[in-house]
Design a protein around this ligand. Sequence first.
Ligand code: GLN
Length: 303
Amino acid sequence: MDYQQVINNIYTNLKNFENKGTVASYIPELAGVDINAFGIHLKLINGLDFSVGNAQQQFSIQSISKVLSLSKAFSLVQNKLWSRVGVEPSGNPFNYLTLLEQENGIPRNPLINAGAIVIADVLVSELKNPKEDFLKYVRALTNDDRITYNYKVAQSEKRTGFKNFAIANLLKSFGNLDNDIDTVLDFYFHQCALEMSCVQLSRAFYIFANHGKCLKNKQYISASQVKRLNAIMLTCGFYDEAGDFAFDVGLPGKSGVGGGIAALFPGNFVITTWAPGLNQKGNSLLGMKALELFTTKTGRSIF
Ligand code: GLN
């Protein structure tokens, strides 16, 4: 299959699409991103790479980081995680509060904000220097030391992340946060402010397509844990649009409000997109379309 041709065609078809959605502005520092940016990157399991558009340009990975933090926490504390966070889709937006109160401070899953904040709490407890150690983990996964946090984005979210403060307070009130709220959220805002390009993101997600091993064949998490992480991505990676993503694209994946998406076919490939315009559910509008075209045209989805 001529993958370069396939992604080139998708890029050309969508590049001038009129409705590109809306750039996230509730984190003020993200509001200035160019709505016309668009990149796609495909990495096959044998390491071959195919890129088009702005695939080398870094962007704020935001909630995509939740999968990376979850993988680290899962490898550190194993199944102890699941007494503090569930694995059911929430059917609600990423920053929804009501369910958390109804369900006594146990977030539905680790990919909504409440769940990811619990995971951040686990990492703050388990890592000696949480922000440095987490960055080291991501750099090791990708074999790329250029990856870093955008401190302006982290500060910007710290100033305006009122819902996340509300979530953390609610978690704390139910006894589901061991560390203090400011420390946990400081870590969470930094993890979300990681910047990566599509190319770098494909490398980071390679372990989920390769039974837990990176490109250098180092085992980061077990094959059985990867099975579970991919199941969580498939059912919860797109919040109240997870069903649509499974239906349209048919791959486990994760989106972020920076406009990125990382998706994968275990044993086959990782595909990443970046298009900053979001749909009403906070997922990249062109990214979802691009991935739908990719799996439809190539016939390569888990279904
Ligand atoms: N940092 C963002 C938040 O907590 C991440 C949300 C997202 O990417 N969906 O609101």
